[in-house]
Write a protein that binds this ligand. Structure first.
Ligand SMILES: Cc1cc2nc3c(=O)[nH]c(=O)nc-3n(C[C@H](O)[C@H](O)[C@H](O)COP(=O)(O)OP(=O)(O)OC[C@H]3O[C@@H](n4cnc5c(N)ncnc54)[C@H](O)[C@@H]3O)c2cc1C
Length: 379
């Protein structure tokens, strides 16, 4: 039933769709303005940790195919296949991989079912703190709440003057989905995600389902052959000879994507809020950027529950930030720290992975968001 309040959202990615659905399910009238001609996910596979799965459940999103891959370990290996750290996941923390387009389509379906309006081909040029989004031709839309869920280059963040910094890291990734089965990961590789290291390069091997494998090939910005697309098969097979049978199978690769780190002065100004990468973009090493986008989006709707007077929105947004920001930034910090491992010499990295990542306290920090109970989900 309608609660009489309205929200407008810039961006129909994971964060925007999660926030829109959660608000609409609580009675808000919600419209998403998406720049692309249709909702489209950029990327290939995506990791969803326990926290993300709980959020999808709370939103009523069915994104997992029957044969979606549930790994039991994130194993670290060197280029010769030697195991550096077995990375067994603790009981109670699930990790699943799906392809991005499936996740986005499922989120969209849930949003539409909740009554969200989605307008595509609408680029938001700016926002003001009064709950306003601005478009070409001096067109404006006004609501009780406006949300910038418009990703790392957020126009909403920029025009609200909330950006503290946006830094691009020296590392980035090529991504591809290839046909393949778990059997091809060898007798010791099945049921696992395999993170393999060679010099400053990394190959992340992730089964997606019974027939497909997602590969992420990461390297530094000055690695010209490494980041080339179409993929330079020869140079990657040289770095990871044990996986040449998979690398050789890459036909199409997404252009090298450099990672971003975003920090903002505040998550909102007046009646306008920022969620997801627009507020707290992080390198993908913990596989939590999308999870955190959905988490802050769902939490936002939760903190606005029971609202009676639109004048209370700024205070509710401040409470939301006070409750949620620390965890999002914890993830961001640990993801950045994890990324630094890639620039270590091989032998030093081996010791760091073994003694650092093998340490209980460190693992708890890395898995803290995954093991968290997202606000708005049931224990
Ligand atoms: C290589 C790589 C691997 C990753 N792997 C994982 C992973 O395994 N697990 C995980 O959880 N996260 C992962 N991430 C991070 C994840 O992709 C992001 O954190 C997530 O997509 C952020 O969601 P979002 O909704 O905030 O932003 P986005 O997904 O970027 O969505 C923003 C939306 O806004 C639209 N938009 C942009 N500007 C405008 C505008 N001006 N007006 C209107 N619309 C606009 C865009 O078209 C887009 O649809 C990875 C990232 C990278 C780079």
């Amino acid at each position: 039933m309608s609660n009489g309040f309205s929200a407008i959202i810039a961006g129909g990615g994971f964060g925007g769709l999660a926030a829109a659905t959660a608000l609409a399910q609580r009675g808000w009238s919600v419209t998403i303005f998406e720049r692309q001609a249709q909702l489209r996910a950029q990327g290939s596979g995506i990791y969803i940790w326990e926290n993300g799965l709980r959020i999808l459940d709370a939103l009523g999103v069915k994104a997992l195919a029957a044969d979606a891959f549930h790994g039991r370990a994130m194993e670290q290996r060197d280029s010769s296949g030697r195991v550096l750290e077995p990375g067994e996941l603790p009981p109670g923390i699930r990790l699943v991989t799906v392809d991005r387009s499936t996740l986005l389509a499922s989120l969209k379906e849930a949003a539409l079912a909740a009554g969200v309006q989605i307008r595509t081909g609408c680029e938001v040029l700016g926002a003001s703190a009064s709950g306003e989004l601005q478009f070409a031709g001096a067109r404006r839309e006004q609501a009780d709440l406006a949300i910038g869920a418009d990703g790392v280059w957020s126009a909403v963040r920029r025009t609200l003057g909330l950006e503290q910094f946006h830094q691009q890291t020296d590392e980035g990734a090529l991504r591809a989905i290839i046909p393949g089965t778990q059997k091809e990961l060898g007798p010791n590789g099945q049921g696992k995600y395999l993170e393999c290291w060679s010099g400053n390069r990394r190959l992340l091997i992730t089964p997606l389902d019974a027939k497909r494998i997602y590969l992420a090939l990461t390297c530094q910005t000055d690695d010209i052959r490494g980041k080339a697309s179409p993929l330079d098969h020869g140079t990657w097979c040289e770095s990871f000879p044990a996986w040449a049978h998979l690398i050789d199978r890459v036909e199409e690769v997404l252009p090298w994507a450099q990672y971003s780190i975003v920090k903002v002065r505040a998550w909102s100004a007046g009646h306008t809020a920022l969620i997801g990468d627009a507020a707290h973009a992080q390198p993908p090493h913990l596989g939590q950027g999308g999870g955190m986008s959905m988490q802050t989006g769902l939490a936002l709707a939760h903190y606005l529950e029971g609202l009676k007077d639109r004048r209370d929105i700024p205070a509710r947004l401040a409470a939301w930030e006070a409750g949620e920001r620390e965890l999002a930034e914890h993830c961001q910090r640990w993801s950045c720290l994890y990324g630094e491992v890639s620039i270590l010499p091989d032998e030093v990295r081996h010791r760091v992975l073994k003694h650092g990542f093998g340490d209980d306290w460190v693992r708890r920090q890395i898995l803290r968001a995954a093991g968290s109970q997202p606000t708005g989900t049931r224990a």
